[in-house]
Design a protein around this ligand. Structure first.
Ligand code: PXL
Length: 274
């Protein structure tokens, strides 16, 4: 009980994603959320808006790191989401050297693309640095596109089968993280699945929910924070992922398809509470 997480990702001032989603979602799970904001953007970078303004906070990160180190502030988990540059990956790597204790869970969403393409500002070089960072994490949560980029493969789009996904998950643990959650998989018509794989037991769990209409920004961020929050509350990883999936699914169902800010998850936060 009384867990403290630090969430390292951007603040998108408008857009229900990254830090503005991590804070309420982790709080709903009963978990304290400290923040290490990597950049301040006027909106998320999705095509729903014109190009957002961006204040890069890279310079502030080592100073915050140093102050926390002086004050010996411990974290039960480190959540890593959207990072803007290889320099920031380098910073996170240094941060982990000081703050990844034996009982700290490093939960890394290697945000860089979807639907077979990089998000704007990301490329193969970035993917290689992110693959190295995966070696320092305990649990990584790539979608199918990110999984392919991490393994330096051509991206796969659309339907894929469980056997191929399992093969991908096994190879991803080869990067160093002992557990992988492959997110947003379309394994069967009308379904969205998450596949949880652990290297230690070679066991996997598949969690599927109906695919709902609309393409929304930030669903991966919500899933990650909800899954980490439930894990911190004491759920086992498959139960945490199941609860997070149900939460995201309810949030999507609560959102009109044309809503462009993200998903309306606020009314569904109670699904994460004990
Ligand atoms: O949802 C991930 C995310 C977070 N933050 C920003 C983004 C994105 C995805 O594109 O643009 C700024």
């Amino acid at each position: 009980m009384n867990k403290r997480v630090v969430s390292i990702q951007d603040i998108s001032c408008v857009g229900q994603c990254s830090l503005t989603a991590a804070l309420p979602v982790l709080a709903a799970c009963g978990v304290e959320c400290a923040v290490l904001p990597t950049a301040l953007l006027s909106t998320h970078t999705g095509p729903e808006f014109t190009v957002p303004t961006k204040l890069d906070l890279t310079e502030a990160l080592p100073r915050i790191h140093q102050h926390w180190k002086e004050n010996r502030i411990p974290f039960d988990a480190i959540e890593i989401g959207y990072l803007g540059s290889e320099r920031q990956i380098g910073f996170v790597s240094d941060f982990l050297s000081d703050f990844h204790g034996p009982d700290t869970i490093v939960f890394l969403d290697p945000v860089m693309g979807d639907h077979g393409r990089f998000y704007s500002g990301f490329d193969r070089e970035y993917a290689r640095s992110m693959a190295a960072l995966c070696g320092k994490a305990d649990i990584i949560l790539p979608n199918l596109t990110e999984a392919c980029f991490l393994l330096d493969r051509e991206p796969v789009v659309g339907c894929y089968d469980v056997t191929s996904c399992l093969d991908l998950a096994r190879r991803l643990t080869g990067l160093g993280a002992p557990a992988v959650i492959l997110t947003g998989l379309e394994l069967a018509d009308g379904q969205i699945s998450n596949l949880i794989y652990r290297r230690e037991t070679d066991a996997h769990t598949l969690i599927s929910t109906p695919k709902l209409p609309g393409q929304h920004h930030g669903t991966g961020d919500l899933f990650a924070s909800a899954c980490l929050g439930r894990l911190m509350w004491g759920d086992a990883l498959p139960a945490a992922a199941e609860r997070a999936s149900a939460f995201v699914s309810a949030a999507i169902a609560n959102t009109e398809p044309e809503h462009k800010y993200g998903v309306r998850y606020e009314a569904c936060l109670r699904l994460l509470m004990n």
